[in-house]
Design a protein around this ligand. Structure first.
Ligand code: NAP
Length: 284
């Protein structure tokens, strides 16, 4: 039988540490503040937003949502973002992406100030991930994966890790974070030949492709650790991951579930980044 490792204990452990830190800040009259920017009201954004608000409120982080209409102009959007950059009371800014097509992310990503960019939108933060410089903010999802591995004492050093997916928000930074921890990493994508052969050699397999239960037992080595980042809806309308967890249980794998895995930890990592930004601003 395989072992399912859940996200909740990881998220709670992170939150407990943050609650203590934030309580200490409050004694000094400091309250960390996050602003979420959302354009429109996509169901998936709203679901993630509810999770963030609940998590941050529980920790003692003040959180505000700025909702803009779908037709907000680029000029207006940038003006609002600059205002938040300059607002001394704001520690972290999170922008829901992808933005509507008329808002040019390639311009906007340079506007958000790196010190408040807690979900790695600005390329300066991404460059810090590549450089192994821990003073920046990595994207929350791959960081959440690293927190899960750490919490469950899964050592990646020297191990062969395969990441499927090469997006800027999941796959590429994921590969870099594993490499920074001395794993030997291969990144795969939709054009990779012999994907099953490569994956089935992995000690650690991280999957973020957005294809419901695509990865089955032929992609997975006996005893591997499988981290499922995917969030999909199956043919019955239920939430599921990229990994067909049922097909690989006999392989003795350690696997994260969906729901209840990586996604659960992401909002705690976001809160962690807000607290870090607050500490940095206040030189704590
Ligand atoms: P994305 O931008 O669509 O990227 C998907 C990646 O998967 C691409 O690199 C693509 O390759 C690769 N891919 C697609 N089909 C493939 C296949 N059949 N074989 C091998 N590679 C394949 O998606 P994303 O934003 O990275 O998100 C990936 C998944 O993670 C989605 O399910 C998303 O909902 C989920 N997600 C979860 C969280 C969380 O907190 N748990 C956060 C963000 C995203 P190409 O580059 O060649 O197209």
């Amino acid at each position: 039988m395989g072992l399912i490792i859940k996200g909740n204990p990881v998220a709670n452990a992170i939150s407990e540490t943050l609650i203590k830190e934030v309580d200490n800040f409050k004694i000094q009259g400091i309250i960390p503040k996050l602003v979420i920017i959302r354009v429109g009201a996509k169901a998936s954004d709203l679901a993630y937003e509810r999770g963030i608000l609940k998590r941050c409120n529980g920790i003692g982080i003040e959180t505000y949502v700025k909702e803009f209409p779908e037709n907000i102009s680029q000029r207006e959007f940038i003006r609002e973002l600059r205002r938040l950059n300059e607002d001394r009371n704001v520690d972290g800014i999170m922008v829901f992406r992808p933005l509507p097509k008329h808002l040019d992310e390639n311009i906007i990503k340079y506007v958000i100030t790196p010190e408040k960019d807690i979900d790695c939108f600005n390329p300066i933060n991404l460059a810090k991930v590549m450089a192994g410089d821990s003073t920046g903010f990595a994207p929350c999802t791959p960081r959440a994966v690293m927190e899960i591995l750490k919490y469950y004492n899964i050592d990646v050093e020297g191990k062969f890790s395969v990441v499927i997916g090469r997006s800027m928000i999941v796959g590429k930074p994921m590969s870099m974070l594993l490499l920074n921890e001395n794993s030997t990493v291969t990144t795969c994508h939709s054009k990779t030949l012999h994907l099953d052969k490569i994956c089935s050699q992995a000690d650690i397999l991280v999957v973020g492709i957005g294809k419901a239960e695509f990865i089955d037992s032929k992609y997975i080595k006996e005893g591997a650790v499988v981290i499922d980042v995917g969030i999909n809806v199956d043919k019955y309308g239920r939430m599921c991951g990229d990994v067909d967890i049922k097909s690989c249980q006999w392989k003795n794998v350690i696997v994260t579930p969906v729901p209840g895995g990586v996604g659960t930890v992401t909002s705690s990592v976001l809160a962690q980044h807000v607290v870090e930004a607050c500490k940095h601003k206040n030189k704590l």
